[in-house]
Design a binder for this molecule. Structure first.
Ligand code: BDR
Ligand code: CA
Length: 314
């Protein structure tokens, strides 16, 4: 099994990704750090601990990470998308477990020693903790097998601005640090995540499960399905974070990512947070892209949503 450190802002689709990781045979979820994004990092930890308890995994350490971003304060989140508490307003039974005494950065660094050369980092929120971890321990990349990040919009339009995707936009400076680090980063952008969706029938299948954890995931999806009606014209849930989880698990049907130069716009103008992806191939010109370390995932088979459901329901 692949040891995975998850960094998240739990979050409706984060909860679905977490459920997938817990059910996947390919993954050993060895620790979780939280960050402010959909909600603040402390509430993200609460949500994560409650979900883990319901799933029968209270043993997985959950450490609270950065409240504010690298250069600016946390902006208050996306309650209109994810509900007041981040998980669609669903009140889960409160877990007895408390957050780990370490912060998320220290948890990641410690896990990188415990699983040196093997640990995969999966980020499904702003990557503030990753930037801080690189600063606290510049040798971190030498012990990490790879980084997979839900974030960005390559050729697709953005979601939080016309050009920027929310995770990158919320901390572009951190994303810039992550992409420049001495490791391979796989970006899972809106280009693919908007193409794979769960619908109301899937939610009903989750609600019909005998497993209270699976039923809770179905309940949590309700508010999110409403939010996306305006975009899709019907109740559909794009699989942003779950697809990144499936990518790190090496799920069949996930396409091969392309190795391309990617730069993050860290200006304060209308392009802030854009992932500028250079798809020109041989025609690449004036910018120096030596040592490209970023891969961008564009393709997946149509069955990915069904594969996700099969894993959640087993
Ligand atoms: C990303 O932003 C968050 O709201 C979601 O959880 C996902 O990680 C999508 O842009
Ligand atoms: Ca997220």
């Amino acid at each position: 099994r692949i040891p995975v450190y998850l960094d998240c802002d739990t979050g409706v689709d984060d909860a679905v990704a977490l459920a997938y990781l817990l059910r996947s045979d390919a993954v050993d979820l060895v620790g979780i750090g939280t960050v402010s994004g959909n909600i603040d990092s402390a509430q993200a930890a609460r949500n994560t601990l409650d979900l883990l308890e319901l799933a029968g995994h209270p043993d997985i350490p959950v450490a609270i990470g950065a409240h504010d971003h690298v250069t600016h304060p946390y902006g208050g989140g996306a309650k209109h998308v994810h509900g007041e508490n981040g998980i669609g307003g669903v009140e889960l039974p409160r877990a007895a477990a408390e957050p780990d005494a370490r912060d998320a950065v220290q948890l990641l660094i410690d896990l990188s020693h415990a699983h040196a050369g093997m640990l995969q980092v999966l980020t499904i929120g702003p990557v503030t903790n990753i930037a801080h971890a690189l600063e606290r321990d510049p040798s971190l990349p030498s012990r990490i097998a790879g980084v997979t990040a839900m974030g960005g919009a390559a050729l697709a339009q953005g979601n939080i601005t016309p050009v920027a995707e929310a995770n990158i936009y919320n901390d572009p400076e951190a994303a810039d640090v992550m992409l420049r680090a001495d490791w391979d980063t796989v970006l899972v952008p809106l280009d693919i995540t908007m193409q794979h969706t769960l619908h109301d029938g899937d939610r009903e299948r989750l609600l019909a499960s005998n497993d209270p954890f699976v039923r809770a995931v179905g309940e949590i999806l309700d508010h999110y399905l409403d939010f996306y009606v305006e975009e899709f014209g019907e109740r559909l849930s794009p699989l942003h974070d779950p697809l990144a989880a499936m990518a790190v698990a090496g799920a069949a049907g996930i396409g091969r990512p392309l190795r391309v130069p990617v730069e993050i716009d860290t200006t304060q103008g209308p392009g802030r947070g854009q992932t500028v992806v250079d798809m020109r191939g041989q025609r690449r010109g004036p910018r120096d892209h030596a040592g490209v370390r970023t891969l961008v995932l564009f393709d997946g088979e149509e069955s990915l949503a069904e594969d996700l459901m099969a894993t959640l329901l087993r």
